[in-house]
Design a protein around this ligand. Structure first.
Ligand SMILES: [Zn+2]
Length: 410
């Protein structure tokens, strides 16, 4: 198991990696992403698994006939955020292939079809909408909206898909969804809960409600030297105060608020900005808390805009309610894994999208000693990764044979 795992890990560890930071830049439909897709297809072929690509570009490696239905699907994603870590996504895909190997090595003939999936465009780093591949699959992201999304260079998803030889008209809900009986995603933990509990592997209970909101602050471009301080309409000031307000509101409310992306026009050193466009990523334990957080941040930004003589528009780019993973499945798997702890997360995942679409879903988390994610510092010890593979193998074995025992009942 160790050799296969390590081999897969080494095969992709340089793909899309920055020589300066060691972080990863693996955005959907770029060369790095295509290389990873080829790697995925190769791993499927090596195992004699039939690699199929759905309407939206998600890759499915099948062991058994998907038409039989009630499949056990394992997997995650291979794309990254800008300068992301090595584990977020790939750990789940590699562990899924390793779990298939483990079940085969044990000589078990599964009673249900099994698939490993690579969900395309999970991070939304290029087009702004996270989990685009799984949301298109379930129909929660309308294809016409997806096609019109644009990357930072102004290319639409429609044009990008054409350029890589895909038909954008194909996007949309895919019947492969109906073949999934259970989905389990293994993921590096994006916090320190498991560190504090002294456990290598845990299960996910729920994903917090979360959303992305575009704040556009508009003011008046002017000369940095000749414009008196009290004669300015500087959107940078309104923006700066909004960042501080968001941070404070989130801290006081036990939520999370982050401005991590900003665009400034004209972005000149000696010019007052004309416009600042910034994205708020907000997350909270309950839908009402999230709504209240965003409302309060916007209110304070509006008040400040009034004083600065700037204007503000806020657009919701995506919003997702609370996701609870299947409690019975989760409890059962926790039991099989020696009473593994069940912990919540503030991060979104394809597993959440599938769960919201009614698929019985569970998540496994692997301890991350740095507690850091979406950064080159993201880490998991090799032994913990192997413990994750072992847990996933066990889970796959249990799930794939469970239908068997049920089928034998009269
Ligand atoms: Zn992820």
């Amino acid at each position: 198991m160790d050799d296969t795992f390590t081999g897969m890990w080494q095969a992709i560890q340089e793909v899309g990696r920055s020589g300066d930071t060691g972080g990863y830049h693996r955005f959907v439909w770029t060369d790095a992403d295509q290389t990873l897709r080829e790697w995925f297809a190769g791993e499927a072929a090596r195992r004699g698994m039939d690699c199929q690509v759905d309407r939206n570009g998600n890759q499915w490696a099948w062991w058994g006939d998907p038409a039989a239905g009630n499949a056990v699907v394992l997997g995650s994603h291979l794309d990254s955020v800008p300068d992301g870590g090595a584990y977020d996504g790939p750990l789940g895909v590699i562990s899924a292939f390793a779990a298939v190997d483990g079940v085969r090595a044990a000589g078990n003939q599964p009673a249900r079809p099994i698939a490993v999936v690579n969900f395309v465009d999970e991070e939304g780093a290029r087009f702004g909408v996270p989990c685009a591949g799984s949301r298109l699959l379930t129909g929660s992201l309308p294809p016409e909206r997806a096609r019109a999304l644009r990357d930072r260079d102004g290319h639409s998803m429609e044009d990008v898909l054409r350029a890589v030889g895909r038909d954008p008209g194909q996007l949309g809900r895919d019947d492969v969804l109906d073949t999934i009986g259970t989905f389990v995603e293994l993921h590096v933990e994006q916090g320190r809960d498991l560190v504090d509990r002294g456990r290598a592997v845990g299960l996910g209970s729920e994903i917090w409600p979360h959303g992305r909101y575009r704040f556009e602050f508009t003011g008046q471009a002017n000369h940095a030297g000749t414009t008196a301080m009290d004669a300015r309409h500087d959107p940078m000031l309104t923006y700066a105060m909004t960042v501080l307000a968001a941070n404070k509101k989130a801290r006081l409310g036990g939520a999370r608020a982050t401005f991590g992306r900003v665009q400034v026009e004209p972005n000149g050193t000696n010019a007052i900005a004309a416009q600042v466009r910034a994205w708020l990523d907000a997350r909270a334990p309950a839908v009402e808390d999230l709504a209240e957080l965003v409302r309060a941040v916007q209110q304070q930004a509006d008040d400040r805009a009034g004083r600065d003589g700037t204007t503000l528009t806020v657009t919701t780019e995506s919003e997702t309610g609370a996701t609870h993973f299947d409690p019975r499945l989760t409890a059962e798997l926790a039991h099989h894994l020696g009473d593994a702890p069940i912990i919540p997360t503030g991060a979104g995942h394809d597993a959440g999208v599938l769960s919201q679409a009614g698929v019985p879903t569970a998540m496994l988390f692997v301890r991350n000693p740095s507690g850091v994610s979406h950064s080159p510092e993201e880490f998991a010890e090799h032994d913990d990764c192997l413990a994750g593979v072992e847990a996933l193998t066990r889970v796959l074995g249990e799930l794939a044979t469970a239908a068997d025992s049920e089928a034998q009942q009269p």
